[in-house]
Design a protein around this ligand. Structure first.
Ligand code: ACO
Length: 428
C-alpha cells in the first residue's frame, strides 16, 4: 500500500505523506502543503479534516463502534462506573483499586464550592438558562484559583484543576437549577457517591433526609458514561482550540460548554423532548411532522436524528434505548411522549428520505426520555450532557497540552472585495 499521496495542481505534482492510525485509518498529511506550494485545503465544517492524532477515543461511524482507550462502550456502560471511566479517559488506563479510591475520595473532598459562588449565582435572573450559568461558573473558577491561569505552571496544579472540575460541576449544575426555581441551594453530601450527591443537591429540600432511588442513580451514572467522550466533536474541538492558546483548563471547558449548548450538538436532547411534546400537543400526527422534516422549504428537522459520523447506527442510542425501557418499567412511568418517539423512529427507519441519507436516531433521541423519567427538568438536559462529557473534554485538553500542539488557527479562502480606495463619509 502506498504511503504517499499525489496531488496535481496547475500541472505541478506534489507528493504528500500518508499516515496511518492504530485502527488502520489513513490520512493525507497536508501540514507542509502550504509551505511547499502556497496552496491550502478547504473543508467547511471539517467534514474530512483530522485536527489531531489522539489516543483517547476510537469510533467507526460505519460499523457503529465506540471505544474509550480501547474498551468498548457496551462493556464500560455495563461493568464500570462514571468515575472509573473518567480516570480511564484522563490518565489512559483503568485505575487500580488504590488509584480509584484516591481519585474518588479527592473528588468527594472537593465538591464544596467557594461561598462567593452563591453571590455570582444570585446575580442571574431566574429565567437564565442553566447552560449559560454553568459555563459562567466554570469560567469564574479562574478567579478563585488564579494559579490555574498558567497551564504551564506544574503538573500538580493541572491535576488539582482536574479534581476540582469533576468535583464541583455537579454542585454548579444543581445550584443553577435551585437558583432558577427560587429554592435555597443544597450543600454537597460527602457520604454519597457522585450521582447520589448530585441528585440530592438537585431534589432535596433544606434539612430533608434525602436518598436517591438507586434505579435513578444507576441510570444516571450509565448516561454519564455514554456521554463521557466522543473524539473530535464540536465542543471537544472547541476545548482543544481554546486550550491551544494556553488558556486555562477552566476557560477552555467553559468554552466547550457553550459549544455543546447549541441544538445541533448537545442541545438536541432538550430540542428532542420539546419537539415530541409539540407533536403531542398538535394531535400526535407523526406523518405530518415527517413530511415537514423532509420538506426542503421547511426549516424543521427531526431532532435526535442524524449524526456527523454515525451513518449506520449510534451504539450509544442502542444502549440508551434499552436503558430507557428498563427505567420506565422499574419506575412504573407511562410516558405518552415515548409512544410518539417510537412511532417517529419506526416511520423514519423505513422512509427512503432517511434511509438514503443514513439518518438514524442518535444518543439524544432517547436520553431526554430517560432524563424526564428521572425527574430532570427539560432545560437541565444539556447540563446533564455537559456533566458526562467533562472527563472527555479534560482528557482531550490534557492530551493536546502534553503533545505540545500548536495554536489552532485555520486559514481561509478570501472572497471579499479587492483593493479599493476609501471615499470620505461626506462624499458618499
Ligand atoms: N431531519 C431531516 N433531515 C435531516 C436531518 C434531520 N434530523 N439531519 C440531516 N438531514 C438531511 C439534510 O437536510 C441533508 O439533506 P440533503 O442532502 O438533501 O441536503 C442530509 O440529511 C445531510 O445532512 P447534513 O446537515 O449535511 O449532515 P451533517 O453531518 O452536517 O449534520 C447533524 C449532522 C447536525 C447531526 C444533523 O443530522 C442534524 O441537524 N440533526 C438534528 C440535530 C441533532 O439531533 N443533533 C444531535 C447530534 S448528536 C450530538 O451532538 C450528541
Amino acid at each position: 500500500m502506498s504511503d504517499t499521496a499525489q496531488i496535481i495542481v496547475d500541472g505541478k505534482s506534489l507528493e504528500l505523506p500518508v499516515i496511518e492510525g492504530s485502527e488502520s485509518e489513513k490520512a493525507i498529511d497536508i501540514s507542509k502543503l502550504r509551505g511547499s506550494s502556497g496552496i491550502i485545503t478547504i473543508d467547511p465544517g471539517f467534514k474530512n479534516t483530522g485536527s489531531t492524532q489522539s489516543a483517547i477515543t476510537f469510533l467507526d461511524g460505519e460499523k457503529g463502534i465506540l471505544r474509550y482507550r480501547g474498551y468498548t462502550i457496551e462493556e464500560l456502560a455495563e461493568k464500570s462506573n462514571f468515575l472509573e471511566v473518567s480516570y480511564l479517559l484522563i490518565y489512559g488506563e483503568l485505575p487500580t483499586t488504590e488509584q480509584y479510591n484516591e481519585f474518588a475520595s479527592s473528588i468527594t473532598n472537593h465538591t464544596l464550592v467557594h461561598e462567593d459562588v452563591k453571590k455570582i449565582l444570585e446575580g442571574f435572573p431566574s429565567v437564565a438558562h442553566p447552560m449559560g450559568v454553568l459555563s459562567s461558573l466554570v469560567c469564574a473558577q479562574t478567579a478563585f484559583y488564579p494559579e490555574s491561569l498558567d497551564p504551564n505552571r506544574s503538573h500538580g496544579d493541572v491535576d488539582m484543576s482536574i479534581i476540582r472540575l469533576i468535583a464541583k460541576m455537579p454542585t454548579f449544575a444543581a445550584w443553577s437549577y435551585k437558583n432558577k426555581i427560587g429554592q435555597p441551594v443544597i450543600y454537597p453530601d460527602n457520604k454519597l457517591n457522585y450521582t447520589g450527591n448530585f441528585l440530592k443537591m438537585m431534589f432535596a429540600l433544606p434539612a430533608e433526609e434525602y436518598l436517591a432511588d438507586p434505579v435513578v442513580a444507576d441510570a444516571l451514572d450509565k448516561l454519564l458514561i455514554l456521554h463521557a467522550d466522543h473524539e473530535q466533536n464540536c465542543s471537544t474541538a472547541t476545548v482543544r482550540v481554546v486550550g491551544s492558546s494556553h488558556a486555562s483548563m477552566y476557560a477552555s471547558i467553559s468554552a466547550g460548554i457553550n459549544a455543546l449548548w447549541g441544538p445541533l450538538h448537545g442541545g438536541a436532547n432538550q430540542a428532542v423532548i420539546e419537539m415530541l411534546e409539540g407533536i403531542k400537543a398538535d394531535g400526535g400526527d407523526t406523518k405530518k411532522w415527517m413530511a415537514k422534516a423532509k420538506d426542503k422549504n421547511d426549516p424543521f428537522r427531526l431532532m435526535g436524528f442524524g449524526h456527523r459520523v454515525y451513518k449506520n447506527f449510534d451504539p450509544r442510542a442502542k444502549i440508551i434505548k434499552k436503558a430507557a425501557d428498563d427505567v420506565l418499567e422499574k419506575l412504573g412511568v407511562n410516558d405518552p411522549v415515548l409512544d410518539i418517539a417510537k412511532g417517529l423512529e419506526e416511520e423514519a427507519l423505513r422512509d427512503p428520505y432517511f434511509v438514503e441519507r443514513k439518518l438514524y436516531p442518535n444518543v439524544d433521541f432517547y436520553s431526554g426520555i430517560i432524563y424526564r423519567a428521572l425527574g430532570i427538568p427539560t432545560d437541565m438536559f444539556t447540563v446533564m450532557f455537559a456533566l458526562g462529557r467533562l472527563p472527555g473534554w479534560i482528557a482531550q485538553w490534557k492530551e493536546m497540552r502534553e503533545n505540545k500542539e500548536p495554536i489552532g488557527r485555520p486559514r481561509q479562502v478570501y472572497t471579499g472585495a479587492n483593493d479599493r480606495t476609501y471615499v470620505p463619509l461626506n462624499e458618499r
